[in-house]
Design a protein around this ligand. Structure first.
Ligand code: C5P
Length: 224
């Protein structure tokens, strides 16, 4: 299965409380985004990486990676789904894999497992099981109920789909004003149930300041 990767990288990363968007923070001598793109390009099945970048972005064009002809810049959008949909306009492969800019610790084995599962109409996502006991709140600060955790997964990325099917699903979700925080949500709204491929829990999304140090540790382990 050969495919194009789409990397939405147009977010401002407000939860990081940093002047620089999180994808441009430095991790082991490089930006988070460079680590993310390099890991994708290191896999033989990924031919191109289309990166959705904000029009106000002051960093992307100075990365050495932009000279790699396999890396393509497109304009990001208002929401993540807009950014991904814009990027899909530059994708011509049958399958597409979408991966968060802020997830630099992707293991090659996880990518292999995802791609092996993704060549079917419903698509597939990397996910990991929740570890804690899960509660649903009642909205007033108390527990409404416990939620059986054996049914619950964290949705990670990459997420891999038939390109046309994802394009239709995202366009429909946006047209309906539905909030989709990952690509699988858009497929679900279209009545499709993508496969869960169990991946490593250390494929974290850098969200809070302390995540950067954790990602540094995980990256070092992946490279050993
Ligand atoms: O904010 P969050 O961590 O959920 O963002 C996930 C990914 O989506 C990040 O890589 C971010 O750069 C990207 N994004 C985007 N366009 C937006 C908002 C977020 O490409 N408008």
């Amino acid at each position: 299965l050969s495919c194009t990767a789409v990397v939405p990288a147009a977010g401002a990363g407000k939860r990081m409380a940093s002047a620089i968007p999180k994808q441009y923070l430095t991790l082991a001598g490089k930006t988070v985004l460079e680590h993310t793109i390099e890991r994708l390009l290191a896999h033989g099945a990924i031919e191109r990486v289309v990166v959705a970048v904000s029009p106000e972005d002051q960093w992307f064009d100075s990365l050495p990676l932009v000279r790699d002809e396999r890396v393509v810049r497109v304009q990001g959008g208002r929401e993540r789904a807009d950014s991904v949909l814009n990027a899909l306009a530059a994708v011509s492969s049958e399958y597409v894999l979408v991966h968060d800019a802020a997830r630099p610790c992707l293991a090659m084995q996880d990518l292999d497992a995802l791609l092996a599962a993704a060549s079917q109409p419903r698509g597939a996502i990397l996910a990991c099981r929740v570890r804690d006991t899960m509660k649903r709140g009642d909205g007033r600060g108390a527990i409404a109920a416990s939620v059986p955790r054996d049914e619950l997964w964290h949705a990670l990325t990459p997420q891999c789909f038939d390109t046309q099917a994802l394009r239709r699903a995202l366009a429909e979700a946006l047209a309906q004003g539905q909030a989709v925080t990952d690509e699988a949500s858009a497929m679900e709204l279209a009545g499709v149930h993508p496969l869960l491929v169990e991946g490593r829990a250390d494929n974290i999304k850098i969200t809070r300041p302390e995540d950067l140090a954790l990602a540094g540790f995980f990256l070092q382990q992946l490279n050993e």
